[in-house]
Design a protein around this ligand. Structure first.
Ligand SMILES: Nc1ncnc2c1ncn2[C@@H]1O[C@H](COP(=O)(O)OP(=O)(O)OP(=O)(O)O)[C@@H](O)[C@H]1O
Length: 261
């Protein structure tokens, strides 16, 4: 499923936070959104999973205006992993994952304990895919940050969307789980929009990158074209040296501070 963000502008508390953003993710592409703290990544992504309605512009899924769809129809096509889950669930991990099935059900049957066997199997499989099957019976609140993150990714997968929007999906994850989650996301075949802080993970897992600075897109394209030392100095204020990963062939970056000799 294709995602088109066209002319998106967001104003919050009287301030323009992102302005005239255009972004396109073709079906099955993994598109990374990178940029310094406060550049507007989360704000942009929140528009793409309906948590925010832009002051101007549209978000389209295969041409259909996301903000004109009802919530259930939107949730059948697109699942999101927000940067912070507001709710501290008093549910087991398995129940949290089962919530991902709600957009596919009539009348919230899961929460009344009548989940179908097919739904239960899907949820178990989603937990297994993120390496969290052993957490199924644990209280969500008792999990570590990384365990919670994996359960929330499993919930998004159980939703069987066509598009995944991930705000810092590797937050709290150790290096093995960072690589595992991003390669899982890549292998899923879903269209993915992901805000990522780690530029090397972004370079090695994304087809395209959009670089935000001050609420605007300042560069976009394949990682090798975008992640150039001059841009990284201007946008992130760091000196970057490019190397090629000896195994994967991806462009990778080594950093030092710009004022160091
Ligand atoms: N509700 C709000 N009211 C006013 N300003 C806001 C609001 N939400 C976000 N902002 C501001 O908008 C700017 C962009 O925030 P956003 O969270 O989108 O950035 P980000 O690129 O995701 O940052 P980070 O990398 O730190 O997560 C920041 O300056 C932030 O303080």
């Amino acid at each position: 499923m294709r995602v088109d963000v066209e002319g998106v502008t967001v104003e919050l508390a009287g301030a323009r936070i992102v302005e005239d953003i255009a972004l396109r993710a073709d079906s099955g592409q993994v598109v990374g959104v990178v940029g310094p703290n406060g550049s507007g990544k989360s704000t942009l992504l929140r528009c793409t999973y309906r948590a925010l309605r832009p002051a101007a512009g549209t978000v389209r899924l295969d041409g259909d205006d996301l903000h004109a769809m009802d919530a259930r129809a939107g949730a059948r096509r697109l699942a999101a992993l927000p940067q912070e889950s507001a709710a501290e669930f008093d549910f087991t991990a398995a129940e949290v994952v089962a919530m991902g099935r709600l957009p596919h059900q009539r009348g919230g049957t899961l929460l009344t304990g009548r989940a179908s066997a097919a739904d239960a199997a899907l949820c178990a499989e989603a937990l297994d895919r993120v390496g969290a099957a052993h957490l199924a019976g644990r209280g969500f609140r008792s999990l570590s940050g990384g365990e919670k993150q994996r359960v929330l990714i499993a919930r998004a997968l159980a939703q069987q969307p066509r598009v995944l929007v991930l705000d810092e999906p590797t937050n709290h994850l150790d290096i093995a789980h960072q690589l595992e989650v991003l390669s899982l996301v890549r292998r899923s075949g879903l269209t993915v929009l992901a805000a990522l802080h780690d530029l090397n993970l972004a370079a090695s897992h994304c087809d395209l990158l959009y670089v935000l600075d001050g609420g605007r897109v300042v560069a976009s394209g394949p990682p090798r074209d975008v992640l150039r030392p001059r841009l990284l100095a201007e946008v992130f204020g760091v000196r970057a040296h490019r190397v090629t990963h000896p195994v994967t062939g991806a462009v990778q970056l080594l950093f030092d501070r710009i004022d160091q000799e």
